[in-house]
Design a protein around this ligand. Structure first.
Ligand code: ZN
Length: 291
């Protein structure tokens, strides 16, 4: 007798709840053309109440002033971006990276961010040792765990697209990130940031997301432009490229995720050159149709 296979119940994309403005988060980096205050005022003008803070922008105003601006405008911070970059082997560089990350965790706590998006970093200059970079990053994140726990900030490990393996992240898939989380063994303070731009190409994504369901802390979206001109800084507006963001949202929601949908667009060649009001109004419109 052949084994009984449970029928697959399709959770129709049609049944996805429309994305409310309250659930929409726009990362500050999407408005790189603005200073800290302008970026947050632009979100507020369009009724967007959630953001993820870009730490270089926070450094420009300082954490006290940044926190005041956010409070005055009623904007909630989901994450601080981006920490980690812990794959160096030189002891001085490692010490500095750990110290920097502790400071960033404190900054995240000061603006009430629930998580710090954490990337591993790539290979050192001249290195060809992928495994060593991965293990050094894992040890570095492990060193941050007590500090993050004490600060009440979760470390959201973010796999990035394999094309940036050499210089940004030696972790490229949900599966590899999940293995690192198991090694860290700190599920109360570590989890995953899922970014559609980084992961959309992976045929195992739906299954891997189901397996990692309990670890998913953040969900970032943008789009993959078929003729991308820069692997890191030419992300597309949702709806302009090849990623089915709504389908990926379905995959994570059907396994329990109900957090914000976070638009994160690095666009040196296009959206960072436009009027910030145009950028935000376009995202608010696209949220209704493709997110
Ligand atoms: Zn991201």
């Amino acid at each position: 007798m052949s084994p009984v296979v449970a029928p697959r119940i399709e959770f129709s994309v049609m049944h996805l709840k429309p994305l409310s403005i309250e659930r929409l988060c726009i990362h500050q980096v999407t408005l790189m053309q603005c200073d800290f205050l302008q970026s947050m005022e632009t979100l507020a003008r369009h009724g967007v109440t959630k953001t993820a803070i870009w730490r270089d922008k926070l450094d420009e105003v300082g954490v006290d002033e940044g926190a005041r601006i956010l409070r005055d405008l009623g904007i909630e911070v989901i994450s601080l971006c981006a920490g980690g970059l812990l794959s160096a082997s030189d002891p001085t560089d490692r010490r500095k990276a750990i110290d920097d990350n502790r400071r960033w965790i404190d900054q995240a706590a000061a603006v009430n961010a629930a998580s710090m998006v954490t990337i591993t970093g790539g290979l050192e200059d001249g290195s060809r040792d992928l495994r060593s970079a991965r293990d050094l990053a894992c040890q570095g994140i492990a060193e941050l765990v007590p500090h993050a726990r004490a600060a009440g900030v979760k470390l959201a490990l973010e796999p990035l697209h394999p094309m940036v393996c050499g210089f940004r992240s030696v972790i490229s898939t949900v599966r590899e990130a999940g293995e690192m989380l198991r090694e860290l063994d700190a599920p109360d303070v570590t989890g995953l940031a899922i970014d559609s731009y980084a992961l959309w190409w992976d045929h195992n994504l739906e299954a891997d997301l189901a397996e990692a369901a309990a670890d998913i802390l953040n969900f970032h979206v943008s789009d993959w432009l078929p003729q991308t001109r820069d692997i890191r800084l030419d992300r597309g507006m949702p709806g302009d490229g090849q990623i089915d963001n709504r389908k990926i949202r379905k995959w994570i929601e059907q396994v329990g995720f109900d957090g914000p949908i976070e638009v994160e667009i690095f666009s040196d060649l296009d959206w960072w050159k436009r009027d910030p009001d145009e950028v935000v109004s376009t995202i608010v419109e696209r949220a209704k149709t493709v997110l």
